[in-house]
Structures are given as C-alpha cells and as structure tokens.
Design a protein around this ligand. Structure first.
Ligand code: NAG
Ligand code: NAG
Ligand code: NAG
Ligand code: NAG
Ligand code: NAG
Ligand code: NAG
Ligand code: NAG
Length: 487
C-alpha cells in the first residue's frame, strides 16, 4: 500500500534502525511515510497534430471485431473495464471507516477484483455485502518468511501473487490500490487502453513530495495512488516474488519491494500522471484547482487531508466529486482558463471541482501553478524546501493575485450540454485590484459539451458571458482555435 501508516496503524512508532537502508527508513519512521506524484508536464508547443500522432485513437467497428474475432484478448479489441482486475489492500481494523471510499468507485457486479484483508472479517461485517468488493484474507507472512523485517509490508506486496493466483480470465491489467483511495474507472480504462497489455508494463507515478521519492526512488510507483501491471508482467512477478523477497529481507516498504523486484526483472516504471498519492496535509484545494492536463485517475489519503469541499465531511466530499466524475470523467479536474476583457478578469476552472476569479489578466503559465494551500507530509516539514515535484505559488495579500473561490455545487445535463454551478466559498477580503471588483458574484455557471469527451491530454477553450452588476457569471466551453491568445 505505500501507506505504511495504514499497514502498521502506528505512524509514529519508530522502527528499529540499523539496516542497510537506515537513512531511508529513518524518515519513514519519523513520518510514517506516505506518498503521490504530480508531474506537471506542459504540453505547450505541442500542436494538435502531434498529439494525435502520439495517441492514435483506433477507429474500429467493434461489432465487427467481436463477431469475427473469438479471442477476447485480441489487442485489436479496445480495452474495457471487464479487462481490469483490482486489488484493494485493506485492514480489518480500519475497514469500517474506509469501506465507504471503496464503495464510492466500486461498481458491484461490474468491476472485478478483491479486497485483501489482514484478518478475516469480524461478525459485524457478515454476511459480506455484494455492494462491496469480495474479500480475501492474505496468507500469513511469518510462516513463509521468517526473516522478513516488516511482515505487514510483505503481506501487501504478496497481494500481487495472491491476486494472480485467483486465476481470473481475460485479464489485461491488474490494478493495485489502497482502501483510502478513490479511482476514476473510466479514465483508468481509457489511459490503460493506450498501452500494449501484451508487453511488460508497470504504470504508475511517484509522490508529489520530493522527499518521499528521494527516500525510495523517483522511479517507483506509489501504491496508495495506485498502479497497473500488465497481465504478463503480473504473472512473471507472481512467479518470482518469493525468491525476490528472500533476497531482500530487510526492505520495509511494499512499494519499494515491488520496485526492487521489477528492477531485477529489467522492468522500469512508465510514469503516467493522474494517479495522486497525496503525501500532503491540510487544504489541497490549491492543488486540485490547478491539476495538470492529464486524465484524473485516483485520489489517495482522503483521511489525512482536509475534506476537499468546504462544509462537507470527507466522505460527502468524495461522493460530491464522484458526481462530477460520473457526468464527464474526461473533464474532471481539468483546468481551463479564460479571460474577460471588459473587466480584466481571469477565470480558472477546475471542471467539477472549483472556479477561481482573479481581478486581473494573468498569464496561464502563472495560473497553472497550484496555490500552496497545503503542507508537506508531516515529518518532512523539517526538511528544506523545495518540497514538491511541481511549482507552486504562495497565497499573498496582493488583490490581483488572490482568487475569489467558488466550489462545485450541482450539475445539470441536457441534450447537448452540461451545466455545472459553482457557488462562492470565500472572498479575498481585500480592496479590488482594478476598477472591477468581483465581490458581488455569487455563482458561476459553466457550460460544457455533453457526450463529447475531452481527448486525452486535450484542452478546452472558453468564453465568459457577464453583464455589469449581475451576481452570476457564465462560462461557455468551446473548441480552441488558432486565434486563442493564451494570456
Ligand atoms: C459495424 O459492422 C456491422 C456488422 O458488419 C454493421 O452492421 C455496422 O453498420 C458497422 N458499423 C459502423 C459504424 O461501421
Ligand atoms: C469488453 O471486451 C470484451 C472482449 O474482450 C467483450 O466481450 C465485452 O462485451 C466488452 N465489454 C464492454 C462493456 O464493452
Ligand atoms: C450482484 O449480483 C447478484 C447475483 O446476480 C445479486 O444477487 C446481487 O443483488 C447483485 N448486487 C448488486 C449490488 O447489484
Ligand atoms: C485592464 O488592465 C490594463 C492593464 O492594467 C489597463 O490598462 C486597462 O485599463 C484595464 N481595463 C479595464 C477595462 O479595466
Ligand atoms: C459553509 O457554512 C457556513 C456557515 O453555515 C456558510 O456561511 C458558508 O456560506 C458555507 N460555505 C459554502 C461554500 O457553502
Ligand atoms: C480605472 O478607471 C479610471 C477612470 O475610468 C481609469 O482612469 C483608470 O485607468 C482605471 N484603472 C485601471 C487599473 O483600470
Ligand atoms: C442574484 O440576482 C437575482 C436576480 O437578479 C436574484 O433573484 C437572486 O436572488 C440573486 N442571488 C443572490 C445569491 O444574490
């Protein structure tokens, strides 16, 4: 899981030092280390053409293919949800609270996979509901590896082996995740369908905190954020895992165990942004309001950050975000920026999450930097900045750089468009920046096309419709043109 906190349930307990990796585990001990990554890849200068070449969308008549090709593993058949098997690593002691997070994304009788528990479910959870992922109980590690220095982490990495042993058919990808993570399934399917599942693939991403990556590896996938192993790779790992774990009895963290075993097999990580480890604390709205242009795949550490929407519990916040995920997964958290010349306002939208109005014309390069509303993982705060794998902006008292913040409130779908309404959460409480205060704006309505998903790594442009004195602003999404000046 990558959440040693979860694994040990004792984030502050200090493991014994003195291993080869003493330094590494020192910070683990102090912090109970956790993790996520957020590469900000700028696709500026990438023309639409080159994107199309990079991500060709196969034009197939699936009716034809299915009827004429009996082999369901035929790579010509586009990967769909039925080709994925999920493994959620959980723990009986915490399942009561965490199960709601799995239920927020799990589709009963549709998604395939298992919840792996450290102990059999207590009576209060029986009979096991069909709305939850079916459970399995991990094998006892102590009986298998006497020398393992951290059995709870060995249990987690061995979940891969036990998952493969279940022998599910027509699997293209095994996806590992934690019980305090939510996934955006349709985006995950879309992203994985771009990779060749018949090859060895280890797809995931690192933490957003430099220190977390430094302590392990910048080339390691963090399991809380989730990662995918292609079927052939998972099968290979399953056959080699016990040998590998015996070679490295002193490793203490499951993700690093897997990373080490894969390295020995000659397999490197394919970084795919959009998995979010969230090794952060506090208010992550600054980060979620400036998500990089890449499909949103996962959100981890829901319990260690503030609720992502104001005035909502953690669970209600997640359910609220999932409403937007359901309506248009391709656009969720994708940042779109437009400028309104008559007022000099810049509006930044994080679809289905938030909108920000700035009372000045600010360049996109600036607005794409997350406002640093959050803090590094505890235990990492004493280390020196830079903390993060991406650039940030500090909140200031400059009225021109301080946003009016609105959060996603409701969504309405008609034939050809989706209308999301965002309501004000805060006012900067500062003098206006120019001659056009936005203080009286209470709501923002954002219109985007229905049934026209945003292409992977694509972008939308928008226009602002606003009449002086109105308390509502409208934003209309449209395709970008060559005339769109980006500042
Ligand atoms: C796909 O193939 C089926 C059967 O050959 C045909 O009836 C259908 O019109 C085709 N659809 C498209 C979009 O070409
Ligand atoms: C997914 O692909 C399989 C072929 O492997 C096909 O039988 C199935 O109908 C597809 N499912 C969906 C929901 O498209
Ligand atoms: C799942 O399928 C089983 C068997 O068909 C059915 O009894 C159960 O109600 C279904 N569960 C849900 C949550 O749809
Ligand atoms: C917009 O900002 C520019 C530069 O600060 C200023 O010259 C211009 O008058 C402003 N326009 C409006 C409509 O406020
Ligand atoms: C949150 O609740 C407070 C007090 O009930 C209210 O004043 C505020 O407007 C609410 N904020 C949002 C964003 O709903
Ligand atoms: C505000 O309006 C005044 C008068 O219309 C104008 O002279 C001034 O340049 C404006 N200031 C800004 C920052 O736009
Ligand atoms: C916004 O203005 C409309 C009409 O102009 C009014 O009915 C509505 O109550 C106002 N809303 C708020 C939140 O002030």
């Amino acid at each position: 899981m990558t959440s040693p906190v979860l694994a040990t349930d004792s984030p502050t307990k200090k493991p014994k030092m003195g291993s080869l990796f003493g330094d590494l585990f020192k910070s683990l001990a102090i912090s109970g280390l956790l993790i996520f990554l957020f590469y900000i890849i700028l696709f500026d200068n990438t023309t639409d053409n080159s994107l199309i070449q990079k991500w060709p969308i196969p034009i197939t008549n699936s009716t034809n293919l299915i009827s004429s090709t009996p082999d369901p593993n035929n790579p010509m058949i586009k990967t769909n949800l039925s080709h994925l098997v999920f493994s959620i690593v959980g723990s009986m002691n915490t399942w009561k609270n965490k199960r709601h997070y799995s239920e927020a994304w799990w589709r009963p009788n549709v998604t395939r996979g298992y919840l792996f528990l450290d102990k059999p479910p207590k009576n209060e959870f029986l009979p096991w509901p069909s709305s939850a992922p079916p459970f399995r109980v991990n094998e006892k590690v102590k009986a298998i590896y006497e020398r393992a220095s951290n059995p709870s982490q060995v249990r987690i990495v061995r979940t891969i082996l036990e998952m493969v042993r279940e022998g599910d058919e027509n699997v293209r990808w095994y996806v590992m995740t934690d019980d305090d993570t939510v996934l955006a399934l349709d985006n995950l399917v879309e992203v994985l369908s771009k990779y060749d599942h018949t090859k060895y693939h280890y797809i995931g991403t690192s933490s957003e905190c430099i220190r977390s990556n430094y302590d392990f590896s910048f080339e390691m996938a963090f399991g809380g954020a989730g990662y995918a192993l292609s079927y052939p790779l998972a099968s290979l790992v399953a056959s080699k895992l016990d040998g590998c774990l015996n070679r490295y009895p002193t490793l203490r963290v499951s993700d690093f165990m897997l990373y080490s075993c894969l390295a020995d097999l000659g397999v490197a990580l394919t970084h795919n942004n959009g998995f979010h480890q969230i090794d952060l604390h506090g208010d992550i709205s600054g980060l979620l309001s400036a998500h990089p242009q890449t499909p949103f795949l996962s959100l981890h550490h829901i319990d260690t950050v503030d609720p992502i929407f104001p005035n909502k519990t953690r669970l209600d916040s997640i359910k609220h975000l999932m409403k937007a995920v359901k309506v248009d997964p391709s656009r969720v958290l994708q940042q779109t920026i437009c400028h309104h010349r008559p007022t000099n306002w810049s509006i930044s939208i994080s679809w289905g999450y938030s909108t920000n109005i700035y009372e000045a014309t600010l360049p996109r390069s600036f607005l794409r930097r997350p406002l640093e509303t959050f803090r590094p993982w505890r235990g990492q705060r004493s280390s020196r900045s830079p903390f993060y794998m991406f650039n940030t902006r500090w909140p200031t008292n400059n009225p021109c750089e301080t946003p009016h913040v609105f959060f996603f409130h409701s969504t309405q779908e008609s034939n050809d468009r989706i209308m999301n309404t965002y309501v004000r959460a805060s006012s900067p409480g500062l003098a206006p920046c120019g001659n056009h205060s936005a203080n009286h704006i209470q709501r923002i309505r954002v219109f985007s096309p229905a049934k026209l998903p945003l292409e992977s790594n694509g972008r939308d442009c928008c226009d602002v419709v606003y009449g002086d004195g109105e308390n509502t602003t409208e934003v209309r999404y449209r395709a970008c043109t060559k005339e769109d000046v980006t500042a």
